[in-house]
Unconditional design. Sequence first.
Length: 290
Amino acid sequence: MNVTLTRSEIQAYLKRIGINEIEAPSLNYLAELQRAHVKILSWQTIDIYTGRPVGIRLQDSVQLILQGRSGYCFHLNGAFSILLRSLGYTVHWHRGGVQPHGELPRVNSFHLGLSVLLPDADPTVERWIVDVGLGGMPFEPLPLRYGTYGSEPFTYQLMPSSVVAGGWRLEYELGGPSEGVDYDPESVTSLEEFMPKHEFYSRAVESPWHNAFLLRQRDELSSNELRGCMLRTHDREGIRKTEIMNYTEWREVLTEVFHEPLVSYSELECQEMWERIQIAHKEWKQAQET
């Protein structure tokens, strides 16, 4: 992790997520940074869906953010780790593994996890989990101390991992995007082992994201998921699903809810994307009826 941002790049990154001031490292400022990052930079598979995936080298991930775009775990946690390091935080990368519903836990390096050392923030906690690259992102840093965190409906269970010695496991709220994620406690110093994982995710036909137009975002009170043209909103009132009926509404949802104006795509490309989504959605509805 030998990349750092210039002061102008730090300021541009902070502006991108709506923060005006550079502050000294602290738990309060770290929480402000994580909240802003999760709210503004959605987890998404758009570039994979369109066959234009961006590499996960640190410079690529940072530029993705500075250009008004976003990405998925390798991009989001990679870029965020460099921002934090440039601000003076001690950041560590960890091998992670997301457990899909109905499958077994694993640590397979298909997720890049982050932790930050803040020994002066709390006398009982030295390390904090600051993962902004999950589909169900915690809204604030979580202390690496086993227990339950967050308020309903967004609670997180932090517990020992059953698949890696000394590791930890984070389980989401009910109805979350997966069962949970396990982390290896060993600190990783290079992204090289994650490169083939990204290559699989972004290019393989077997990838779960190969043909998925998917965005996830959350704030303090709700989480949102857009899968094609189906918007799923989860808040204290429960889960609501809304079918987006036309192109204009779809673009509005992308911009206003997910902060994704598709800046790297032309108007024609966006319309073609919508048409492809509509064809797949029609086929899906027909399959449900048979």
